[in-house]
Design a protein around this ligand. Sequence first.
Ligand code: ADP
Ligand code: MG
Length: 250
Amino acid sequence: MTEGSNTDFLLAVEGLTVSFDGFKAVNNLSFYVDENEIRVIIGPNGAGKTTVLDLICGRTKSTDGSIRFKNKEITRLKEHEIVKVGVGRKFQNPSVYSDLTVFENLEISYPKGRSVFGSLGFKRTETVINKIQEIAGRIYLSDQLDVQADLLSHGQKQWLEIGMLLIQEPQLLMLDEPVAGMSVSERQQTALLLKEIAKQQTMIVIEHDMQFVAEIADKVTVLHQGQILAEGSPEKVKSDPKVIEVYLGH
Ligand code: ADP
Ligand code: MG
């Protein structure tokens, strides 16, 4: 595919580069994500994985290259504009509102539910309540709706944050190490949750746990020093000698 031509991919990243004082954390990176795909990005610490998400969500501005979402150039948009076109991001550490309940955390994340921030005339409509209950069910927190987020386990906080993304209905969800700190059974539940989400939405997930990766990934992109070292099915990538040498061998 030639650069800049129309694309059927949901996300097309081409020639993406960011230089921090001369150090290229992401270096001429190109990759393409299909609709309803779960793409997992793996690679050693410092490979540039988080920076790639920072660039896509507009938190960091690229030095060069293009990011197209649904064929629309989003490279120069501001963070909130990128959220508006349908790209949601979950950060590495759960950032839920710890003094609010699960219900309230979901409520303030609801696109029209900014009551906490003082917008006028917002009522807890049936629609909002139903939506919150539906999401709570999907993230295994139906029984915790009235629990203060502070009191949740680390894994439950991760789920809540995924729920806070889901309620905004982004077409592309980006998750940075969503199962970090989770128990084995929480990991299994998260794999199910992500596969369920992929029926309607698309995901880019950064993850280290190769068993989890193999379970969820349609395709894996291996980053090393800001560039692609390998790309393909989990099986293909796992047996790639280059990948074993720089990443899996450790
Ligand atoms: P990963 O998520 O793969 O562990 P990161 O994307 O966090 O890696 O970081 C890639 C490299 O870029 C690291 O060497 C990191 O120190 C550097 N880096 C990331 N963000 C910045 C920044 N804002 N300024 C300078 N260097 C940065
Ligand atoms: Mg990172």
